[in-house]
Design a protein around this ligand. Structure first.
Ligand code: ADP
Length: 305
């Protein structure tokens, strides 16, 4: 599978338009993150892809050809639902074996999946005693069991601690490197930013923005925080320097550093003042606006008349 396109998908529940002509493309070796407020249509789009609901209009196109979500297609999918629920009395390994048997997968793969999510040591224990994070890892193990070409992760960071998030990030990276596809939805945009190739932003059933994190940052053109490290021996010139930086945006001053908030188009210009302050600046760090901020701005733009 090289590409999957959900083309012009509309879904209507009674008089609610859950999706209105949404197109999302998934490509080999790419991680797509779906974001949007509650009710935006993310779950509905996922359920269309899983074949759980039939769209009112629109089509599925796989490798350029019209396709249906039949059993052959479903075998290509691995899915982590938002709320994972397992039989509490079974052990982690028994849970995985249950799913493995249903898909004709052997014990070796079960053990490999348990190891991949660092649950080998707890594999014999009843799920009843698992923490939320361990249940989430078990859910991930189920999703990756068949090494599916498309991994669909609904709110995968839920319940995971720092180590769990790192594990999730490495799994996503593994899928991308292997030339597979990942579609994830998340409310924690910044946690997985490094793993995301493209973002699609939904709101009230409509696609309001799509692109790489960089493209979306460019589109909203929010200020970047530029921090200059300063030598402390130039006390007198600090005020002049703060004034010079001030022409680019709001300045925050600390003993040995100053931060100025600069619009992207003036980023290069801001360094041009430095010949006037020889020896003052010893370092530079640029922090772009977080994806969360970019997302909020995109939503705000959309609500303006
Ligand atoms: P999200 O996952 O982004 O929070 P959903 O896809 O769950 O959004 O919901 C999109 C819209 O469709 C919401 O208005 C929701 O109330 C409605 N909706 C979702 N599923 C159903 C359903 N089975 N019956 C009726 N309305 C539904």
């Amino acid at each position: 599978m090289n590409s999957i396109v959900l083309r012009d998908i509309s879904v209507r529940f009674g008089n609610v338009d859950a999706l209105r002509g949404v197109t999302v493309e998934l490509r080999r070796g790419e991680v797509v993150m779906m974001v949007g407020p509650n009710g935006a249509g993310k779950s509905t789009l996922t359920r269309v892809l899983l074949g759980l609901i039939q769209p009112t209009a629109g089509s599925l196109v796989v490798d350029g050809r019209a396709a249906t979500v039949d059993n052959t297609f479903k075998r290509e999918l691995g899915y982590l639902p938002e709320a994972v629920a397992f039989s509490d009395n079974l052990s982690g390994r028994q849970v995985l074996r249950f799913f493995a048997r249903a898909r004709g997968i052997g014990r070796r793969e079960v053990d490999a999946a348990l190891a991949r999510v660092s649950l080998s040591a707890a594999a014999q224990r009843a799920v009843r005693g698992y923490s939320k994070g361990m249940r989430q890892r078990l859910g991930l193990a189920v999703a990756i069991l068949a090494q599916p070409p498309l991994l669909i992760l609904d709110e995968p960071t839920g319940g995971l601690d720092g180590e769990g998030v790192a594990l999730l990030a490495s799994l996503i990276e593994e899928w991308r490197t292997a030339g597979r596809m990942v579609l994830l939805s998340s409310h924690h945009l910044d946690v997985l930013e490094q793993q995301v190739d493209r973002m699609v932003v939904l709101r009230q059933g409509k696609l309001i923005a799509a692109g790489t994190p960089r493209q979306l940052r460019e589109r909203v053109a929010l200020r970047h925080q530029v921090t200059f490290a300063l030598t402390s021996s130039h006390g007198a010139s600090h005020d002049d320097y703060a004034a010079a930086l001030g022409q680019f945006g709001p300045v925050t001053t600390q003993t040995d550093q100053m931060t100025v908030e600069v619009l992207p188009e003036r980023m290069l210009e801001v360094t041009s003042i430095h010949p006037r302050f020889p020896g003052l600046v010893t370092g530079l760090a640029v922090e772009p606006p977080s994806l969360e901020m970019v997302y909020r701005r995109l939503l705000a733009e959309e609500t303006q008349p």
